[in-house]
Design a protein around this ligand. Structure first.
Ligand code: PMP
Length: 413
């Protein structure tokens, strides 16, 4: 429809990034690392490109490069405590993004209702609406237990979630660790979601692209490993996020044969085959990672430790500047409360329909040359009041970029 086209073309993410690149802002808007991947990862790609096996320059198996699905089956068999078949239980995709899109096109049908927990990764909504499906929004809200500001304090209301289910509900989309909030769902919360899925025969799509970016004592828990969930769950992962190679666009869907078969059929008729060479390099990287998992030799381990340090520093910079950072337990982002500094920036006097956080973000990129994203793009219009005093800040950046951001923030006080 016209209104959807308007919304897609005016996505604040596009608008703000355009403004940021035009005036050379420090960009903490986009969710990707601006530091290089580790050497052994880039070496794997170089070896794949220049090695003996020239077949790596040609089409590979449509449902997933054999070497990659083999190592993914081994890795996730361990992680899920299920014996995975590399041919039947996995589809590799062009980033997790294409996996999400293919799920919406093949497992979801026009008219289906799909529950999205807010804040949701905004493409979910667009993909569902482009399919003619109906997103049903259930917000997370913060509570204050006096223990400080943490993403763990953002919770859904159990009754509200249950009431969102109708006879048209097909699926629930889950994202843990969560973009943008950084919430890592705990076992109890996931049990509530799994109970609901089982009771109403729902499909569970769980986007776990930040599975290795977990901070502090938090643990990443996989709902696919819960009783009676495997047969109704598709788990998404991403090499882009796991190895800091977002431009390689390698992702995967893992699930039971009857769901993966539908995805494989759709993939074969729409995408056909993902690039071979980056799948080979990711396979090599994962083979190495498998040998050192949970040790300081592991990239997943060192990455999360490094990012935890950056998270802590960025939270401090934000707090010092008068933002209130909500400390995330995982992922690439911090959300921060802008209330106490908003009064000194955009005024409420302006007559506009635009969310406060969006006006603030435009002001920040124009006046302060700092690009952050409004939280309201991750909530539905009806729940805008819950989120428009927050912005999203990506801290997965070089120390140099973070220091530049600090200078801008210090100047803010
Ligand atoms: N899901 C979430 C929650 C994300 O944040 C992103 C990337 N920003 C993706 C999926 C897409 O992953 P990929 O880069 O592997 O396509």
């Amino acid at each position: 429809s016209k209104s959807m086209q308007h919304r897609l073309a005016n996505d604040p993410m596009l608008v703000l990034n355009k403004m940021a690149s035009q005036n050379g802002s420090v960009n903490l808007g986009l969710g990707f690392p601006n530091f290089p991947p580790p050497n052994h990862i880039t070496q794997a790609l170089a070896d794949a490109a220049t090695g003996e096996n020239h077949m790596l320059h040609h089409y590979t198996r449509p449902y997933g490069h054999p070497r990659l699905v083999n190592i993914l089956a081994r890795l996730y068999s361990n992680l899920l405590s299920i014996s995975l078949d590399p041919l039947d239980h996995i589809l590799t995709t062009i980033g997790a993004f294409q996996g999400l899109s293919s799920i919406c096109q093949s497992l979801i049908h026009p008219g289906d209702e799909v529950i999205l927990l807010e804040p949701f990764y905004s493409p979910y909504r667009n993909m569902l609406e482009m399919r003619g499906a109906v997103p049903v929004f259930v917000p997370l809200r913060p509570y204050d237990d006096g223990s400080g500001q943490s993403s763990a304090n953002w919770v859904f209301d159990k009754a509200e979630l249950q009431n969102a289910v109708t006879n048209k509900t097909k699926a629930i989309f889950l994202n843990t660790p969560m973009n943008p909030l950084g919430k890592v769902f705990d076992r109890e919360e996931l049990l509530e979601i799994s109970d609901l899925c089982i009771k109403h025969n729902l499909l569970c799509v769980t986007d776990e692209v930040y599975e290795w970016l977990i901070y502090g004592r938090k643990q990443h828990i996989r709902i696919a490993s819960f009783p009676n969930m495997w047969e109704r769950t598709v788990t998404l992962g991403s090499a882009g996020k796991s190895f800091s190679v977002t431009g390689w666009k390698v992702g995967w869907c893992i699930g039971p044969k009857h769901l993966i078969k539908v995805l494989q059929n759709y993939h074969f008729s729409s995408i056909r085959t993902s690039p071979t060479i980056s799948q080979e390099a990711v396979a090599v990287a994962l083979e190495k990672e498998m040998l050192v998992l949970n040790t300081p030799e592991s990239y997943f381990y060192t990455l999360s430790k490094d990012m935890e340090g950056k998270r802590n520093r960025m939270c401090k910079y934000l707090d010092n500047a008068g933002f209130q950072a909500i400390t995330p337990d995982g992922g690439y982002y911090i959300i921060a409360d802008i209330s106490s500094i908003q009064a000194r920036s955009v005024g409420n006097e302006e007559k506009t329909d635009e969310a406060l956080d969006y006006r603030f973000a435009k002001w920040a990129v124009t006046e302060k040359k700092l690009c952050v994203l409004p939280m309201s793009i991750f909530y539905s219009e009806n729940h805008r009041h819950l989120c428009e005093k927050y912005v999203r800040i990506c801290f997965v950046k070089t120390d140099e970029t973070l220091e530049k951001a600090k200078e801008i923030l210090d100047d803010w006080k």
